[in-house]
Design a protein around this ligand. Structure first.
Ligand SMILES: Nc1ncnc2c1ncn2[C@@H]1O[C@H](COP(=O)(O)OP(=O)(O)OP(=O)(O)O)[C@@H](O)[C@H]1O
Ligand SMILES: *[C@@H]1O[C@H](CO)[C@@H](O)[C@H](O)[C@H]1NC(C)=O
Ligand SMILES: *[C@@H]1O[C@H](CO)[C@@H](O)[C@H](O)[C@H]1NC(C)=O
Ligand SMILES: *[C@@H]1O[C@H](CO)[C@@H](O)[C@H](O)[C@H]1NC(C)=O
Ligand SMILES: *[C@@H]1O[C@H](CO)[C@@H](O)[C@H](O)[C@H]1NC(C)=O
Length: 462
């Protein structure tokens, strides 16, 4: 590790331990309330007007949450919604509540942002979960306290973002939205805790070095999510803050975790010019519908963000040769906002079907297999491995293939390759993994594997 990286990870470790400590203090020991030192110095009048401004903001936040609750609740006073939320929102099932947090063990900080802190815990029952709480040391809190000099009121204000997220996570359940397992709210200090399925922060750098198949999966998951969001139970939802850090991975699947910047608002307009979408390097003008709303603005905003934050980095690079024209078509259609989300999803699912069925490999000659001797029910040991990229294994060359034909084709294209094994392991698309090597010393029985040895080298091996 270079010195800079060591310093960085040491610093990260230090930040982590400080954060873990503060979570422990906050969650387990209750609040340590600090009043701002300058508070006494402020004139009563000034304080009163700050307090009024803060409660205005709080009321405004609550008005934003109301329409997200089930229809029919809108007329009821807000003060009761929190304690009744689960009763209102969950028809059956037993969501976790405050009780689930009683004997939980905090393990590590998973991530933090302007507003929230996420901690990995083991719940009383022994199951792992991620807890989202207000980030007491975050920028949101700091700014609020600076402006309003009221830590308690500010925690309530910042908590209202988390409350909004809890409601959204509940109303927008989908395989590509992090699962809300429960929540705990309503203590006197206005603390809110969301109990979530545990994921791992999306590592874009790591993903860039992953096989195309895994990068395609992330993009496909994203498109499935956007398809759902375009016609969600809350209408068409736009993700205003659309960045990789709003997502986590759960067993290879992409899931949205940060929903506090989701908007369900429609944009009113009188002419097309009112419906402009502005991005750093690109502007678009959409149509103003006869009803006076910008048509598909939320959907289009999401598609372009998916293009600029995800597709451009993850999709074209190393796409399988038979699929590159389809990938390029998607890149162009989304980068120019020529396709809606339905068409985009269709295009992705089409690529997936071709890839799984191996139809994109039609042009590979079957004759490539004639150069190999096959031994079924066997695997090898004492391998001389070589590396290739992007491999599923760090040590050797492990790639996903459609079958023996594609593997033989790949082996022929690697100068070191003299044999390969089709293993019983499959990738998420169902394609088998193949191990390529330059030599091996032994054949061993293994029902799930097949070994293919190049005829020209088989002689050498004897
Ligand atoms: N369920 C989870 N499992 C693992 N990590 C998570 C989970 N949820 C969130 N995280 C991590 O915690 C970080 C902070 O969460 P979140 O994005 O909700 O907070 P935020 O304050 O709104 O952040 P930002 O300032 O980026 O908007 C995320 O970037 C993500 O890496
Ligand atoms: C997009 O529109 C804004 C505001 O009209 C303008 O300032 C900017 O230069 C435009 N950007 C591009 C890339 O056209
Ligand atoms: C889409 O294709 C057109 C025509 O080939 C090209 O001019 C344009 O730059 C492409 N746009 C994107 C975003 O790739
Ligand atoms: C998209 O597909 C949904 C069904 O999945 C359909 O109801 C909707 O009308 C389609 N939208 C467009 C713009 O074609
Ligand atoms: C392959 O391995 C065998 C057994 O370990 C060895 O005898 C042979 O020399 C190796 N062949 C090459 C080309 O390295």
């Amino acid at each position: 590790m270079p010195a800079a990286a060591v310093g960085k990870s040491l610093r990260a470790a230090a930040v982590l331990s400080v954060a873990v400590l503060s979570v422990l203090v906050c969650l387990l020991l209750g609040s340590v309330q600090q009043l701002g030192g300058g508070r006494q110095d402020l004139l009563d009048e000034e304080l009163a007007s700050l307090r009024a401004a803060l409660s205005d903001q709080l009321a405004q936040r609550r008005r934003e949450i109301l329409p997200l609750l089930s229809p029919g609740r809108v007329e009821e006073p807000f003060s009761t919604w929190d304690s009744n939320l689960w009763g209102e929102l969950t028809g059956g099932g037993a969501p976790l509540g405050c009780g689930a947090l009683r004997d939980m063990r905090p393990l590590e900080v998973l991530g933090s942002g302007y507003t929230k802190l996420v901690v990995k815990v083991t719940l009383a029952g022994g199951e792992p979960a991620a807890l989202k709480v207000v980030n007491e040391h975050g920028i949101d809190m700091a700014k609020c306290v600076e402006g309003f000099k009221d830590p308690l009121g500010c925690r309530q204000l910042v908590s209202s973002k988390l409350s909004k997220e809890v409601v959204l996570l509940h109303r927008l359940r989908h395989p590509n939205v992090i699962e809300l397992r429960g929540h705990c709210a309503g203590d006197s200090e206005g603390r809110v805790t969301a109990i979530l399925e545990q994921g791992n922060p999306l590592q874009m750098l790591q993903l860039l070095q992953s096989p195309w198949e895994d990068r395609f999966r992330v993009c496909l998951d994203l498109v499935r999510l956007l398809h759902f969001l375009s016609r969600s139970p809350l209408g068409s939802v736009a993700l205003l803050d659309f960045q990789p850090r709003q997502f986590v991975m759960v067993s290879g699947e992409l899931k949205l975790t940060d929903l506090d910047d989701a908007s369900t608002a429609a944009t009113p307009c009188r002419r097309d010019a009112d419906c402009s979408l502005q991005f750093p390097h690109r502007n678009f003008t959409l149509a103003c519908s006869p009803r006076g709303l910008c048509e598909g603005l939320n959907e289009k905003m999401n598609i372009y963000n998916a293009y600029r934050y995800f597709f451009t980095y993850l999709l074209p690079h190393q796409a399988p040769p038979g699929l590159t024209h389809l990938v390029e078509h998607i890149m162009n259609a989304t980068g120019e906002l020529k396709a809606d989300i339905n068409q985009t999803l269709d295009a992705f699912e089409h690529i997936l079907r071709l890839y799984q069925s191996g139809l994109h490999l039609d042009k590979l000659p079957t004759s490539v297999l004639r150069d190999y001797n096959v031994m079924r029910g066997m695997t090898t040991s004492g391998d001389a491995e070589y590396r290739c990229w992007p491999s599923y294994s760090q040590q050797g060359c492990v790639l996903s293939v459609h079958g023996a034909k594609e593997a033989a084709h790949i082996c022929n294209s690697h100068s070191q390759c003299t044999s390969f094994t089709l293993t019983g392991q499959k990738t998420w698309t169902g394609r088998p993994l193949a191990t390529f090597r330059s030599n091996f010393s032994l054949l061993v029985p293994d029902e799930t594997s097949e070994v293919y040895v190049k005829k020209s080298t088989a002689v050498l091996l004897r």
